[in-house]
Design a protein around this ligand. Structure first.
Ligand SMILES: Cc1cc2nc3c(=O)[nH]c(=O)nc-3n(C[C@H](O)[C@H](O)[C@H](O)COP(=O)(O)OP(=O)(O)OC[C@H]3O[C@@H](n4cnc5c(N)ncnc54)[C@H](O)[C@@H]3O)c2cc1C
Length: 383
């Protein structure tokens, strides 16, 4: 295979967004994913309003609106003792709304748009970056025709929370306090609040939460997530914790059928709660979950992943124009990510670390929030 301008590893929201932005600028982009699309990704399927606005900015309004996804208008927070706070969701500057969209559909739409914009898609598993004299020069892949070296001027790693590129370039793993685990399932015949997402601060999983995100009149994405250090300190699996949650009286009375869950899946989350994390290397950038960009309070990572992709695309464009792929040149991406995302990330981390673990405090705050909506806006800022 000839040398490519840009190789993007991973066609999730971060990788496909970068592929769309760079292809629209006329660059040569090879987008590699180990899976064919459509493919599932364990997720709450909560797509924030900001994502809709990014898609509109990329010129994809017609394609997105035509898909007629399930819109979300309201959100509610439930405290450990059952106090409830409800609020309307904000609409974006261009009228964009939040949605619940199965990742099977959402990611396929993005990947398809990347190909439409001119990116070439290649199904193969990337095994490691090609590193020569400390500079990344491409990736080694395992595809249908066996092992292959693909050389590129720049590699964008968007291969998610288990990124092989991130692990190779940055072998030291951050402590468990900056990571989480979560379980996602789907349930039919569940009484949902139409067009309203629910976050339940269930005492047993603080500083995490359980969620019920409706997908239609009686089907929901349901799940829970916990910070990894706290998860390791207790004795239940995520499946057992969800079972216990579903057995709570207020949940039991909402289950209409046999309460069977399907497509149960767990995955890990890499929080963006470390101030200084290297995301630019000689010849490579880390995007989305591969770059540890999940909000440490909400667990949301799709919008941050797509924002990082747009910033990476800007830096990649400049690097290609100047023919300079050094870390010094690419450091602009790190600075831009820091400026755009760290203020919210820091605030989220402080709330998660110091407030969310005390049930009595959450009860008090949610009661108080009835009269002071700006408090919950902090939690809801990225939904
Ligand atoms: C249970 C759960 C619930 C969540 N709920 C929400 C939510 O409701 N809203 C929200 O905003 N965020 C949520 N998140 C976080 C969100 O899922 C991620 O932040 C988001 O998927 C990150 O996108 P990404 O493109 O960086 O990576 P991913 O979506 O993980 O995409 C990575 C891609 O890389 C490919 N890949 C991986 N390794 C290789 C390899 N070696 N070679 C080739 N390809 C490879 C994968 O096949 C995949 O397609 C949740 C996470 C979990 C675990």
């Amino acid at each position: 295979m000839k040398q490519r301008e840009i190789v993007i590893v991973g066609a999730g929201p971060a990788g496909s967004t970068a592929a769309i932005a760079l292809s629209q600028q006329g660059h040569d982009v090879l987008l590699i994913d180990r899976q064919m699309f459509p493919r599932d990704k364990p997720c709450g399927d909560g797509i924030p309003m900001g994502v809709t606005e990014i898609l509109y900015d990329l010129g994809l309004k017609e394609q997105f609106d035509q898909a007629d996804f399930y819109p979300i208008d309201r959100v509610c927070l439930v405290s450990p003792a059952g106090h409830v706070y409800e609020s309307r969701m904000k609409t974006g500057k261009q009228g964009g709304k939040a949605h619940v969209i199965p990742r099977l559909q959402f990611d396929a739409l993005l990947q398809e748009q990347a190909v439409q914009a001119g990116a070439e898609f290649f199904q193969a598993r990337v095994t490691e970056p090609i590193v020569e004299n400390g500079q990344v020069h491409g990736v080694k892949v395992h595809g249908a025709d066996g092992l292959l070296d693909i050389r590129a001027r720049l590699v964008l790693a968007a291969d998610g929370a288990t990124s092989v590129i991130s692990r190779a370039l940055q072998p030291q793993r951050p402590p468990d306090v900056h990571r989480a685990v979560a379980l996602r399932a789907y349930m039919e015949e569940l009484e949902v609040l139409p067009h309203q997402v629910e976050f339940i601060l269930h005492q047993e999983i603080l500083p995490g939460y359980a969620w019920i995100f409706p997908m239609d009149a009686n089907k929901a994405n349901i799940g829970l997530g916990m910070r990894l250090d706290k998860f390791r300190q207790q004795h239940f699996s995520l499946e057992q914790l969800l079972e216990k949650f579903l057995a709570l009286p207020f949940m039991k009375e909402r289950i209409r059928g046999d309460g069977r869950l399907h497509d149960v899946a767990t995955w890990q989350l890499n929080f963006g709660s470390q101030k200084r994390l290297q995301r630019a290397f000689d010849g490579a950038l880390l995007l989305g979950d591969a770059g540890w960009l999940i909000d440490p309070l909400t667990g949301g990572g799709i919008e941050n992943g797509m924002l990082s992709a747009l910033l990476a695309a800007q830096t990649a464009h400049q690097a290609l124009q100047q023919g300079d792929f050094s870390r010094q040149m690419l450091h602009g991406y790190e600075r831009a990510c820091q400026a755009a995302l760290w203020p919210v990330m820091r605030r989220s981390y402080l709330i998660q670390r110091w407030l969310l673990q005390y049930p009595w405090l959450m009860d008090g705050l949610i009661k108080y929030a009835h009269n002071h909506p700006h408090l919950t806006d902090v939690f809801l800022a990225k939904l």
